[in-house]
Design a binder for this molecule. Sequence first.
Ligand code: SAH
Length: 231
Amino acid sequence: MIHLPEDNFKHQGMRKKLIDQLRLKGIDNEGVLTAMMKVPRHFFLDLAFLNQAYSDHAFQIGAGQTISQPYTVAYQTALLNIKKGEKVLEIGTGSGYQTSVLLEMGAKVFSIERQKELFDRAMELLPAMKYSPKLFYGDGYKGLPGYAPFDKILITCGAPFVPEELVKQLKVGGIMVIPVGAGEVQVMNLITKISETEIDKKELKNFRFVPMLENKAWGKGKVIVITKVTK
Ligand code: SAH
């Protein structure tokens, strides 16, 4: 059984300051900020890193991976425009922090992680926090065909291309938020599925993510035809 640290006035004060910083950086979606105010980010890091938990930076979580920067979590979550009860597929559970923010917004979350160590930790931590996501150990490129279609799909690692299989698993009218770029920098893409065969793609700001890794045994997807690009 996992032992949760406390979440006292000091932690809540630190969190409030972080939320204020996000506002100053342009995050104005109150639903997202309220959800982030509710999730104790220090539960996802070792207690020795309390200050790092409430600074606006990514941080190491083991297996060579990072918990995303709070600004990035806020930015991606705001783009998803989550409504209560929506089915959301997340690729890259990592620490489970982003998963928890989506759950606080009332989404039904399905999340995939390819690092066993991180998957195992999230499987313990999130239920201990009374969250009930559906967590999967596997390959994000494949998505979860058995649970599709999804209202929203969120990719929290840098994808070299838009995986066709994930577009297939998105509802028509659904939104996918995906940082695209094979190098150090990715462009945040806001994709809307406009029909079974077409997507509409908006390219937004640059970010830096850990890569969305492929496994030869898991196979590689194809690039879907992009019908409209808006800058
Ligand atoms: N949402 C996470 C961010 C973690 S970083 C959080 O809030 O902490 C991105 C994660 O994507 C890493 O944990 C990495 O292991 C995972 N990842 C990379 N490639 C993947 C793939 N093909 N399938 C599933 N997860 C993947």
